[in-house]
Design a protein around this ligand. Structure first.
Ligand SMILES: Nc1nc2c(ncn2[C@@H]2O[C@H](COP(=O)(O)OP(=O)(O)OP(=O)(O)O)[C@@H](O)[C@H]2O)c(=O)[nH]1
Ligand SMILES: [Mg+2]
Length: 300
């Protein structure tokens, strides 16, 4: 498979020259101190913004399904939805039986949103349910806590329209950043990314980031069948094994706006590690069985 970062000057070409500029919608007035959300720029690398306009989804002529898993995110949804670009094919909110008004708020803000109630537990199970409900050409997955900026969606879609099968958001590609990630998580992510890169010959710079997009036709290769926060790793490993073309685009991750994280560095880091190991072992055992089947029979 090939991986390539589009954070350099090629990004400008990927994003097109003549399309109208994406106009970000105004955010609701913050009731408390929240980090400022700024329009997603087209990056040329080194943080330099492109003067070339980012094409809208309508210009790109593809049906984009957005899947957002939610667990008690009622306060964050107004900020997250306000950043969604116009022209989406569908918005799918997969709720994990939130005990707050997440579902009511989602429908109040976006009466056109499709609500899917997950049947199992965890973010992985939620994404699997959301993916199964998608009817578009392209699926974009992002979080509901305000840390991923939906205004970046056209950047992901543009990279898909320019040849990628799967587009990974990256906080560590040139032009990306995070104000949310802790030192320990950053270190863990780097070690786990290096592990996957050496096992699969990939060049991932950010294994555990939840902002990704792909053509719907990739879903059978991903076959998401895990429950928790190891889901991004599972997807990244399986698309590598399938030999799909992966591009990375820079992404800026902000702090969660309201509420508490559901992730535990130790517990979920362990799940990621187990996923890497079990994907490797299952591939190795399949190879072993294949080679055994080719061996001549020793017994009559
Ligand atoms: N439906 C559903 N959504 C979940 C579940 N767990 C987490 N989520 C959502 O998944 C997204 C990411 O969860 P977070 O708790 O923010 O975890 P994180 O972003 O990996 O970690 P932080 O960087 O600490 O925020 C958010 O939109 C959550 O609401 C779950 O069990 N079910
Ligand atoms: Mg988060």
């Amino acid at each position: 498979m090939s991986t390539a970062s589009v954070s350099d000057s090629r990004d400008a070409d990927l994003l097109g020259r003549d399309g109208p500029r994406l106009v970000p919608r105004l955010l609701p007035a913050p009731s408390r101190d929240i980090p400022a959300l700024v329009p997603a720029p087209a990056f040329l690398g080194n943080g330099v913004r492109s003067r070339r306009a980012v094409p809208t989804l309508a210009d790109m002529g593809v049906r984009v399904s957005v899947v957002i898993p939610t667990l008690n995110e009622e306060e964050n949804l107004p900020y997250v939805f306000a950043r969604l670009p116009p022209g989406l094919h569908e918005l799918i909110v997969v709720d994990g039986h939130s005990t707050d008004r997440t579902v009511a708020v989602a429908l109040q803000l976006r009466p056109d949103a499709r609500i899917v109630m997950q049947t199992g537990r965890g973010k992985g199970n939620a994404l699997a349910a959301g993916f199964a409900a998608c009817t578009g050409d392209i699926v974009v997955m992002l979080d509901a806590d305000g840390s991923t900026d939906a205004a970046e969606i056209p950047r992901f879609v543009a990279a898909l329209c320019n040849g990628a099968d799967f587009v990974k958001g990256s906080r560590f590609a040139q032009g990306g950043a995070s104000s949310d990630i802790t030192r320990i998580r950053k270190l863990g992510n780097r070690v786990l990314s290096a592990m996957v890169n050496s096992l699969y010959g990939t060049s991932y710079t950010d294994l555990c980031y939840g902002y990704n997009a792909f053509w719907t036709r990739c879903l059978p290769y991903m076959h998401v069948d895990c429950d928790g926060f190891e889901v991004e790793t599972l997807i990244n490993v399986r698309i590598a094994k399938a030999g799909l073309v992966v591009h990375e685009v820079p992404s800026y991750e902000r702090n969660r706006i309201y509420g508490a994280s559901n992730l535990s560095a130790l517990r979920d880091g362990g799940r990621v590690l187990r996923t890497i190991a079990s994907e490797r072992v299952s591939a190795a055992s399949r190879r072993l069985w294949r080679s055994r089947l080719r061996l001549p029979r020793l017994m009559p």
